[in-house]
Design a protein around this ligand. Sequence first.
Ligand SMILES: [Cu+2]
Length: 428
Amino acid sequence: MINRRQLLLGSAASLMAASLKPEQARAQTAPDNASTEASASGIGGHPGVITPNGRSLGWRERNGVKEFHLIAEEVEHEFGPGTRIKAWGYNGGTPGPTIEAVEGDRVRFYVSNRLPEPTTVHWHGLLLPNGMDGVAGLTQPSIQPGETFVYEFTLRQHGTFMYHPHADEMVQMALGMKGMFIIHPREPDPEPVDRDYAILLHNWAVHPGTYRPDPAIMQDFDLWTMNSKVFPHIAPMVARTGERVRIRIGNLSMWNHPMHIHGVKFDVTGSEGGRWPRNQWRQEVTEIVGVGQARDLEFIAEPGDWAIHCHMTHHTMNAMGHDLPNTLGVDQSELAGRIRQLVPGYMPMGEHGMAEHQGHVDAGHMTGPDNTMPMMTGQGPHGNMEMGGMFTLIKVRDEEPGEDPGWYQAPEGTVARRVDSVPDDLPS
Ligand SMILES: [Cu+2]
């Protein structure tokens, strides 16, 4: 027998699992409103960092000091067509723009607070005078709404760092306040990279039908993002065959993320500790980027469309329901008819696995609450990809790939294919 609670959970499952309009379901793997740009022509002899779906923060030089302006403010943000939120971020976006500078620079940050509550900026991992560390109450008074504070210090290290508030952190970070802070080495790299990408991992709880991320959630997040976008709306990273690519991954979410790259072994080459000495590089195919950590992954690009994703399988899903009855192997056909009398349009799912979800949504058979992404999505050249969240692509081509070279044309005879029979002398 089914009780009322299970019934509600079941219908919630179908609603939460299926939640978008057909035109959204057909979204291709392409950046939408992605302003992916490198800082113009590099910095300090290094290629500029590319922040997929983001940008680097502008600055000007004044008497030998690099001056930046960070504006903490509410922003309208879209994870992809189908889910918009009222986020908090910096300079119009979440994450905030990537800060880039060079070891030895004197930097000055004007920080203006346009939020409805006090904030600060903590420069995560930086060596600086105690009073510049940005911990509300401890090292400085909070920046009140409407106020501007100035931070100034000299960069005494290089590496992959981050910035975020250290005032009402639980709320302010849950709503999207964070950014990457890249400090390039003063000396030229002995083994320079050709492409330098920065990705900040985060998690969000946007309950179906709502627009405000819920800061009280501890584990059951339903959106997992790279630079605050979800697959398939994360701009692909591109490279030419044979180039040395670095992907700097920072994590200011509430989970550790085992980041996995297909098709190459990468070296873990650095962190907040800077670029590690060559004898400390480690060859891996999956590297956990822990909460509050940054890791630099470097590899030589191989031609193809390669996946890069978190290996927590729930982290490559969009808005999925939690604590649902397990319907795998359960024939629900008779029950579904009875539920439909109470919940019109109820659609049972999951008897043979969840892949059918994307098909139902793509066909427009399932709709759900407003402002809720489908759990699985993405169309590749060979069909449904059944992914979401922290998943995107590295597209490598022999020729210059541009912003997005489309789908990889695999050489003849190099794609897995269907055959009509199995040789009968195969051992099993
Ligand atoms: Cu993860």
